[in-house]
Write a protein that binds this ligand. Structure first.
Ligand SMILES: [Zn+2]
Length: 512
């Protein structure tokens, strides 16, 4: 059953009367029209997308790059006229880390420049190093012992040749088909989880961290690896053990520099070495560390509510990225949509009943740390925390997140919250012509709404189309792959959902 969309006259009459305006899923056609015009005819979303991706660039949590970007975002929120704009520190995140410079070449048996990026929170090389490359594949302590005394000054190749997936090479992953969307809408009944089989770790095996410390003690010049599986792509992650030692400089200096190389360049060296022909490489990496440990920060800003100002509707996206590219899709696109949704709401003169708060998270890529800490701090009761729910817990109406690429919204995930179906379906009606038609009872994980969901708060993600050619967490997540119309639609839909959540008579229902 479709909820009633009341006529303009009835809505204006009711507005003058005050309460009792918008039932569950009802929309205000006047505001919908304004939001659509602002978001689709006067969009600024690509200005945000391009400025953040092109000018600010990659934004590793707690880096000089991120600090610069966060300063810009705070200033932009103030320019938009948001209230209570603030940076909220949430946890120690070690010392700042930035890559200043990287250069990787094969010198022999043939000259070839190579594409590589240092792994985050690693040290740099001692100047420019020229080194013999060798393949090392130790599994046990005995294997390490056998290598003792053989690795000084070497460049060690530590991963097996990368297996390349060619299926997405030409056109990338296609957009979702109608059949796929229908499958997402089908009701899924979750079967009970089987008890996982116990895995027993072979005590003789050595961990990656042990191996890396051994290489450092043995005087290895640089560690080379390749794990992406896509041609031209390098995955950027943190060094092993960095979470445990809080991304510290000391942890970085206990290991050699680690550089990830594209599969085609890495595999070529591997094949030559397997022939018994020597390979010489030249590598320069300069990484910068902050002087002392600092806290990472989330950013927030608000449009204050009116009669229900103590109640809050939130929207957000993670502002942090891995360091190998500006990450135009993951998650510059989510940030651009969140900022543009706030701009639209200010531009149309929205006077929400509930407070609307935007959050730009940090620490997402390392483990959803920013949103998790925020929910613990502000709402209590999440995951392993036994903290009682705070007063604010009962006053959060909804949290809307974007972090599944830059594809347009095709619907919304209920995240198992059947009670919210009427509201979330109703708010979709004015956007059916933009392709926003699906309600899926399925759930998504792996991003910032999870902490809300686990705390029993109504939080979720829109159901997004895929865009060929974007690869989060790699060096290949370029602005060229972003489709402006998709982001324009998303910001418009986001603004309308947030607005109606802030205006509805009732708060968004929590999961039964
Ligand atoms: Zn992401």
């Amino acid at each position: 059953m479709h909820p009633v969309v009341r006529s303009v006259a009835a809505v204006s009459l009711l507005l003058t009367l005050g309460a009792g305006v918008l039932g569950p899923g009802d929309t205000d056609p006047v505001m919908v029209a304004r939001i659509r015009t602002e978001g689709l005819q006067r969009s600024r979303v690509m200005e945000y997308e391009s400025y953040i991706a092109d000018v600010l660039g990659a934004r590793l949590t707690l880096s000089d790059d991120m600090a610069r970007a966060q300063d810009w975002a705070l200033a932009e929120m103030r320019r938009l006229g948001l209230a209570n704009v603030a940076a909220e520190p949430f946890m120690d995140f070690g010392q700042r880390w930035d890559n200043e410079y990287v250069s990787v070449h094969m010198l022999a048996p043939d000259y070839s420049p190579m594409v590589g990026y240092p792994i985050a929170h690693t040290r740099g090389t001692d100047g420019t190093v020229t080194a013999e490359a060798v393949i090392v594949e130790p599994q046990t302590e005995a294997d390490l012992e056998a290598l003792r005394g053989t690795l000084r000054g070497k460049a060690v190749l530590v991963t097996p040749p990368a297996v390349v997936d060619l299926t997405s090479l030409v056109n990338g992953v296609p957009r979702r088909t109608d059949a796929e969307l229908e499958a997402l809408e089908r009701v899924v009944i979750t079967p009970p989880r089987p008890t996982p089989a116990r895995t027993v770790r072979n005590p003789l095996l050595v961990s990656n961290e042990q191996k890396l410390r051994f290489y450092q003690a043995e005087g290895v010049a640089v560690v080379l690896q390749s794990e992406s599986g896509w041609l031209g792509a390098v995955r950027g992650f943190s060094r092993p053990g960095s979470r445990a030692d809080t991304w510290s400089r000391a942890g970085a200096e206990a290991m050699p520099p680690i550089v990830a190389i594209t599969p085609e360049h890495y595999n070529r060296m591997h094949r030559i070495l397997r022939r018994g022909i020597p390979v010489r490489v030249e590598v320069t990496v300069r990484n910068r560390f902050g002087a002392a440990p600092e806290q990472a920060m989330n950013l927030v800003g608000e449009i204050p509510g009116s009669d229900l100002r103590d109640e809050v509707v939130m929207l957000g996206a993670h502002f942090d990225t891995w360091h190998g590219s500006p990450n135009a899709s993951d998650n510059t696109s989510g940030v651009a949509v969140a900022l543009e949704a706030m701009r639209i709401l200010k531009a149309v003169g929205a006077k929400p009943r509930r407070t609307i708060r935007v959050a730009l998270w940090a620490g997402e890529e390392q483990g959803l740390f920013g949103s998790l800490a925020y929910v613990r701090q502000h709402f209590g009761r999440v995951g392993d925390s036994l903290a009682p729910p705070t007063t604010a817990h009962a006053r959060l109406s909804a949290y809307f997140n974007q972090d599944y690429g830059a594809g347009q919204y095709r619907g919304i995930y209920l995240q198992g919250n059947e009670a919210a179906r009427t509201m979330l379906t109703g708010w979709m009606q004015p956007f059916r012509d933009l392709g926003m038609t699906m309600v899926s009872n399925q759930s998504l994980g792996s991003t910032d709404h999870v902490a809300f969901d686990e705390a029993g708060l109504p939080g979720g993600q829109f159901l997004q189309d895929r865009i060929p050619g974007t690869g989060g967490h790699t060096n290949l997540d370029p602005l060229e792959a972003i489709v402006p119309e998709d982001l324009m639609k998303n910001a418009t839909i986001m603004a309308s959902y947030v607005y109606h959540a802030a205006m509805a008579d009732e708060r968004g229902p929590s999961k039964a």
